[in-house]
Write a protein that binds this ligand. Structure first.
Ligand code: SF4
Length: 424
């Protein structure tokens, strides 16, 4: 097992050699100029990110992303969480054309799990030392906020050590519509029931042109962002995601990242970002989509997200969609987190893409990439019982609480202002 003590990069001494394909000519000059900004922790602009996306060679992108990762996480550790995915229902009325998981109400295969079934699944998780249950479902036409509050409160009472990392911005928005009341009230009730954090699902691509093609009935971009804003204002953390490799352009990928970076400047409430490529096989509107994006495209966007999202602490790989070997490579393309063990996964597996692995195998993959695997909680606090000397960060949602604007430190606000200057 590698040592976890010595940083591999001394701040200020990072030098990223340019890959051979761009060593000369105007492109090399531009790559060198943007690289200097990245290496000196200066925020890059939308246009610079787009230039990198279009022109930088993949090795240079990887080297830059790795330098950012090492600056933010000097110790050679990679985190993951022992969790379980539970989809309480697959009934959905939103009909996203890329989704092979959902069923219309009363369709064959439509289900709502009983409380006993859900409890039994969480018991299995607890037996393995799990800390998080990732609960998401379809937009069911009758399951309102009260149903979710009752479920979350029950699970919290039975399993206080397990965080309910539950719902998504689009599901919370759906609940507000079903309840016919403001989304803030839904958030307040869920939090009172013991809701601990909001996953980043449902973002897909935060660009209206794209959403109108792939998910026209789904929560629009501004609304998705506003639900996260209001969750942060309520003190809870959330994560962010991006589904790419379908009908979007390169500029739209950057636009998505820009929106997340802006909201993070505003609230500071995101814990992490994860992205993955569209899995087109077997989805209802497969004819709309190109073939699955290549590993090169995935790596390129993964690295770019680490470079561009300078105000996100953690970037998560996606071994469930990309496979363990690719996930191992992403640990040198900006990722510092392996996500969850996901003892069960139904959504991407419905699209014929399924790469779950036992915890021991997952750890072996991380070690072979040169890192020490350590367990974390939902708020990225390190809580590995095997390595108490590494314990740090928040232990619970109270310690992870998002400070409101007046409580945020001067340096954080300064960083946000510098970000605004860089965008101007
Ligand atoms: S992605 Fe979510 S909202 Fe869209 S159809 Fe599938 S379950 Fe429903």
């Amino acid at each position: 097992m590698p040592s976890v003590e010595s940083p591999t990069v001394t701040p200020g001494s990072t030098h990223v050699p340019l890959a051979s394909s761009v060593r000369s000519g105007p492109a090399a000059d531009e790559l060198a100029r943007i690289s200097e900004k990245v290496l000196s922790a200066t925020r890059i602009s939308f246009d610079e990110a787009l230039w990198l996306h279009e022109h930088a060679d993949i090795l240079s992108l990887g080297l830059l992303a790795d330098a950012v990762r090492r600056r933010k996480h000097p110790a050679p550790i990679v985190t993951y969480i022992v969790d379980r995915n539970i989809n309480p229902t697959n009934v959905c009325i939103t009909d996203c054309g890329f989704c092979a998981f959902y069923r219309r109400p009363n369709a064959e295969g439509a289900y709502v799990l009983s409380r006993e079934e859900i409890v039994a699944k969480v018991e299995e998780l607890v037996a393995l030392g799990g800390r998080q249950v990732l609960m998401q479902g379809g937009h069911h036409p009758y399951l309102k906020t009260a149903w979710w509050c009752d479920l979350i409160a029950d699970l919290r009472a039975r399993f206080p050590e397990v965080n309910a990392h539950a719902l998504s911005a689009s599901e919370v928005d759906h609940l507000a519509k079903l309840d016919k009341r403001p989304v803030e009230h839904v958030i307040r009730d869920l939090a009172a029931a013991g809701w601990g954090s909001l996953p980043g699902a449902g973002a897909e691509m935060l660009v209206e042109r794209v959403r109108k093609i792939i998910a026209p009935k789904k929560t629009p971009t501004d609304r998705w962002l506003d639900v996260h804003r209001k969750v942060h204002e309520a003190g809870l953390r959330s994560s962010a995601t991006m589904l790419f490799g379908h009908v979007e352009t390169a500029a739209e990928r950057i636009e998505h990242l820009q929106r997340l970076r802006d909201l993070q400047d505003e609230t500071g409430g995101f814990t992490a970002f994860a992205c993955w490529t569209m899995q087109p096989d077997g989805v209802p509107e497969q004819h709309k989509y190109p073939k699955k994006a290549t590993p090169g495209v995935y790596l390129r966007v993964q690295a770019l997200s680490r470079i561009f999202l300078d105000n996100f602490d953690n970037i998560q790989t996606s071994y469930v969609t990309q496979g363990l070997e690719m996930a191992q490579i992403t640990l040198r393309y900006g990722c510092n987190d392996f996500g969850g063990t996901m003892l069960e996964e139904n959504v991407v597996s419905a699209a014929g893409c399924f790469h779950l692995a036992p915890i021991q195998k997952l750890e072996r993959v991380i070690e072979r990439a040169g890192f020490t695997p350590v367990q974390r909680n939902s708020w990225y606090g390190i809580v590995d019982p095997r390595r108490p000397e590494l314990a740090r960060g928040p232990k619970n949602p109270e310690e992870a609480r998002v400070p409101n604007a007046t409580q945020r430190s001067g340096s954080e606000r300064g960083a946000s202002a510098r970000g605004a200057e860089a965008r101007a």
